[in-house]
Design a protein around this ligand. Structure first.
Ligand SMILES: *[C@@H]1O[C@H](CO)[C@@H](O)[C@H](O)[C@H]1NC(C)=O
Ligand SMILES: *[C@@H]1O[C@H](CO)[C@@H](O)[C@H](O)[C@H]1NC(C)=O
Ligand SMILES: *[C@@H]1O[C@H](CO)[C@@H](O)[C@H](O)[C@H]1NC(C)=O
Ligand SMILES: *[C@@H]1O[C@H](CO)[C@@H](O)[C@H](O)[C@H]1NC(C)=O
Length: 244
């Protein structure tokens, strides 16, 4: 009888827990522990592959490859003008991320998380249209653009407010330095291979200043996209359960 009662009890508990709360795919760390940062770093390293695979129960997308359907980039500074649309950007490489450091900041009802990582190789395939003036080199039309980036050091700066035990991310900023970058273009300039290849060579030669000018605008443009991804997860979990 006792056994029977116990098993009913455990079934009820199981069902209640299942309905009430999704299973957290992460190890949590006690906020007041002395090695909190180290613990969080280990937790992120452990959880990363699960996030990379995507978490359908949280409506959280796969991160490798990561799909960015479309976005508009407008840039006008320091001899560079560009206005264009990025379509179906597919980003490969996040699975091999190395987490270097995780820094949490609690400030009243604001929570901020900084994560440093190295992504050894990122490959981006996209379809782009628009016009650009790159230090006097004019480019236009629409075509496919592949970019390979090596030894990428990335700092994520994720910040938002905590209310009703839920963290609502407001900004997901990125700073990224790249060691080497290679462009591959096709179909630009209405299919003129000659002009297409001239632009490709130009980009491969002068990528450092071009990257330096473009990167802040690109990361500003994808901030709402990344913020939305973060909130898909954090809107479904209690802040105090993830960061007890
Ligand atoms: C952390 O907080 C918990 C409960 O609030 C307490 O029991 C524990 O002793 C604290 N640990 C440290 C290292 O302060
Ligand atoms: C983008 O992807 C969608 C869905 O896979 C496809 O229907 C569309 O044709 C693609 N657009 C371009 C410009 O490649
Ligand atoms: C780059 O893009 C082209 C055109 O879309 C594609 O056919 C090719 O496979 C890509 N190159 C690499 C190295 O993936
Ligand atoms: C607070 O959170 C609970 C549980 O997550 C939810 O049911 C409730 O609607 C929320 N209240 C507000 C004001 O957002």
């Amino acid at each position: 009888m006792i056994l029977y009662a116990l098993s009913i009890f455990s079934i009820v508990t199981f069902v209640l827990c299942g309905a009430e709360e999704l299973i957290l795919p992460i190890t949590t760390c006690k906020r007041n522990s002395t090695d909190y940062s180290t613990c969080l770093k280990e937790a992120v390293i452990e959880a990363w592959p699960r996030f990379v695979e995507g978490l359908p129960e949280f409506d959280f997308p796969r991160l490798d490859p990561l799909l960015y359907k479309d976005g508009k980039i407008i840039l006008n500074r320091n001899g560079l003008n560009a206005e264009g649309n990025v379509i179906n950007a597919t980003i490969f490489g996040l699975a091999l991320t190395r987490i270097l450091d995780v820094r949490p900041h609690f400030l009243d009802d604001i929570f901020r998380l900084e994560i440093d990582m190295i992504i050894p190789k990122v490959f981006v395939h996209s379809y782009d249209s628009g016009q650009a003036n790159l230090f006097g080199m004019r480019a236009g039309g629409a075509g496919y653009l592949n970019i390979t980036m090596h030894e990428n050091r990335v700092t994520h700066d994720i910040t938002g407010y905590v209310k009703n035990d839920t963290w609502t991310v407001q900004h997901h900023r990125i700073i990224m330095t790249v060691e080497r970058m290679k462009f591959y273009l096709s179909d630009f300039f209405d299919g003129s291979k000659e002009l297409n290849d001239i632009l490709e060579d130009f980009l491969n030669e002068y990528w450092p200043p071009i990257y330096r000018e473009f990167a802040p605008t690109v990361f500003e443009t994808v901030d709402p996209f990344l913020t939305n991804i973060d909130n898909r997860f954090f809107s479904k979990v209690s802040f105090s359960k993830v960061f007890p």
